[in-house]
Design a binder for this molecule. Sequence first.
Ligand code: PMP
Length: 361
Amino acid sequence: MSPPAGLARPLPPPRADLGLRPGYHSPQVPVEVRLNTNESPYPPPSEWLEALLAEAGHIAFNRYPDRSARALREALGQLHGVRPEQVFAANGSNEVLQSVCLAYGGPGRKAVMFEPTYALHAHIAHLTGTELVQGRRRPDFTLDVSAAVELVEKQGPSIVFLCSPNNPTGLAEDAPTVCSVVAATNGLVVVDEAYGQFASWSALGLVAEDVPLVVVRTYSKTWSMAGLRLGYLIGPSEVVQALERVALPYHLDAVKQAAGRLALQFSSQMEHRVASVVAERQRLVAALCALPVQVWPSQANFVLWRPRERAGQEVWQGLVARSVLVRDTSTWPGLEGCLRTTVGTRDENDRFLSALAEVLA
Ligand code: PMP
C-alpha cells in the first residue's frame, strides 16, 4: 500500500541548534589495528559469557525487566561500599551523563567544563538546552584550580563536569582539586571516571549523602564490555532519585542487568587486564619518547602525543596507510597537531610503533 495522493509535503525541520560538535564521531576506517576508541583490547572472560548464557535461560523474556535494576545496583553497591540507593545505572555512561543533564541542566541552567575535555560533556549539555560555560585548561592541559574556582563562583552553574583521567589528554585530577571545585559550587559536580581504574586516585572516596558530587563509571573500558552499553553513577541517594525520574521506564533490559551483575564476579580478571594495559601504556610512552614527538603523561588507557616536525593529519594518514587507526584530534580546539592512541595488545602497540617510526622517518 502507498500513501494516498495529496499526503506528501515537506518534512518538518529538526531543531536548528542540533549541530554536531567536533570530536563526536570517530571515523571508522577498515584497518587491521584499531587504536582509536579507547576500548579494551581483550574480550571479556569466557567464564563470564558461560555464566551469562546459563542465566539467560532463566529470563522471562515475555515480561518487562526489573525496573529498578535492584540486583545489579546491589552488586555495584557492594563493589564500591555504598548502598544500592546510591547507584544509578544506564545504557553506557553517556546515558548516565544525559540523565544528569536532563535532571540538573536544561533551559536557564548552566554547565561548566574545562576544555579540552570529553566532547560529549558539551554535546549532551547542549542537546538538553543547558547553557555551556567552557573554561580552559592550561597549555600543558592541567587544571588551574584557582581560575576554575573563580569561573564556577562567577557563573553559578547547576553542573560542573570534571573528567579524571581526562579524555583526550590522559591527565587525572587529585583530591584537593576536586574538593576545591565542590566547595566553590552550589551545583552538582560530576567526576567522569570512565578511565578511573587505570588511575592512581579516584573521587569515589569523596562520595557521601551530603556532598553534591557524583562519580560516573563505565563497563566499556576496564570491563571489556563496550558492546554491552552499560554505565553507572555513584552519588547521594537524593541525586539517584532525581535521575530515576528522567530515565525511561525499563530503560535497562534484563540481559544487560544480568550481564553487568555477573561481570562483577570476575573482578580479579579485570584487575589483571588493567595491570597489563598499564604496563603496555608505560612501554608505549617510553617508546614514543624516543621518537620526535611530544608525549603527555597518561593515567588512562590511551596516550596523547604530537609529532614535533610533521602535521598531525599527515601522520594520521600515514598510519592509516599502514593499516593503523588512531584518533585524529589534531583539529580540535586546544589540541592542534595532536593524535591519541589507545593502548592495545603488545602486538598492536608494536604495529603502531613501527608504522609511526616509518611515517616519521
Ligand atoms: N566518558 C568518557 C570520558 C569517555 O571517554 C567515554 C567513552 N569514550 C564515555 C564517558 C562514554 O562511555 P560509554 O557510554 O561507553 O560508557
